[in-house]
Design a protein around this ligand. Sequence first.
Ligand code: DGL
Length: 262
Amino acid sequence: MDRRCNIGIFDSGIGGVSVLKKIIKLLPNENIMYFGDTKNVPYGGRTKEEIQNLSRRIVEFLILNNCKAIVIACNTATIATLEMLKTQCSIPVVGIIDAGVEAVSSNGYDEISVLGTPFTIESGEHLKKIKKKNKKMKINTVACEELCPMIEEGWEKFGKRYEVLGEYMSHIPKSSEALLLACTHYPFIIEDIQKRFEGKVIDPSEECARELFRVLKKEDILNNDKNKGRIEFYVTGDKESFKVKAEKFLGTEIKDIYKVNI
Ligand code: DGL
């Protein structure tokens, strides 16, 4: 495998850009293809089979376009597809669930809360994995059906956004010491979340980037080029609205963005 091949990162939409930002920071010389399935977002209300079918097509596209590793920058898709993709792909696949589990388990908290999509919360995946590491930890979970679609469409557009967020946050007990953002869309509104929570808000994307680094190093496929890597964006929906949101979040201009039909 050529070390200069791409890292393929995918999400249902804009959310995975929060993971992309951390990956660019840690691995600035890697070439990256970001795929946002904006025509089919949100994934969080879909069945496991639907999410698997959508993800399989994205990963086929990424592999056909010279990817040396895949990052599932979506909690929902990680839960639905990580095991399947690991057995079907001949290149490494990294998900984001273990990064979140690691981030909350290593700090000695007695009680935490987890925010995620309905699919993520109903799967009980975080609960199972955190309990394995710390049987005694109290874990509260809140399914936030409306947050991902609102962030995807543009958070500021919604006059009722603080009401909606406040309703979800009202289910988090005061005794929670940390709050895990188990949806990659939520870091886009981390300041609004932090204003409504006294403890530590945890975004697992940095830990996910570190996991990718460890995997690339172990497989001996880190890009040793001294130059800055090329970042390309592929979306299945509207290019312009994606570009505006991604540029604002990344703080840089996006030049290579393409609309694809897969
Ligand atoms: N960013 C995805 C996640 O982390 C959102 C899923 C959705 O499309 O509902 O779960």
